[in-house]
Design a protein around this ligand. Sequence first.
Ligand code: CTP
Ligand code: MG
Length: 265
Amino acid sequence: DGLAVVVVAAGSGTRLGYGLPKALVPLAGEPLLAHALRTVREALPAAAVLVTVPAADTELTALARRMGARAVTGGASRAQSVARALAALPASTEHVLVHDAARCLTPPAVFARVLAALREGARAVVPVTPVTDTIRRADAEGRSTGTVDRSVLRGVQTPQGFDAALLRRVNRAAGLLPHESAGADDAALSASAGDTAATGGTGAAGSSASASGTDPEGITDDASLVEHHAPEHPVRFVDGDEESFKVTRPLDLVLARAVVDSRAG
Ligand code: CTP
Ligand code: MG
């Protein structure tokens, strides 16, 4: 019904330090990707699911296929992996959710909230949580320059939801997707408001971003690309969940095991 989910799983898991791509790291006897794909299926049984996998990987590819998903070779950065998956989306895709495989225990209710916001007309949706640490600002020498008011801050999670044409358009504007595949999306969307990025922000900087394997500066997620290249489409918040935490460092895996145990009852 025009819904696709991109599960990005092409990272190496350096910080986890397992010597395995993170999506293959075992949790309660199964790879992280199996947990992630199970929650996606449970939440959105009818969605087309695409998984980005490391180049030359065969294990994650086979796992994705067994679980009814399509495997796409990822890129050198998360953003490039997302762009490669966008290039492989079914043409009929209306809404796309982009989700970190590393957030393998995300509750189905979070997917439902993101999708509901899209169906209400939001074009870019991010699940967020309150910031619980006290946050201080530091200068270049590492000296304290004061406390930040955390009530205005939010932690950003996935799945992030998008109008598919908009996400493709901002990926092109960032030089992450080729312009050859442009066309109807650009015309339809840039006609909607005073956006200059689609025509102006696409030069050498964008091209070098894809060539070098680094992402556009200061842009670490998909919604930030929308903010930067299509500011006429405000990013909508929905409630995230603390169980959507990203497995990043070894301690996160300890927590993930505890969550799996608690769900098993
Ligand atoms: N990811 C991806 N392609 C990349 C880099 C990351 O698909 N080139 C995915 C990861 O697989 C992960 C998500 O993006 O599901 C979030 O990235 P992160 O937590 O940084 O995972 P890794 O890059 O694997 O970990 P690290 O940075 O510690 O190497
Ligand atoms: Mg990474």
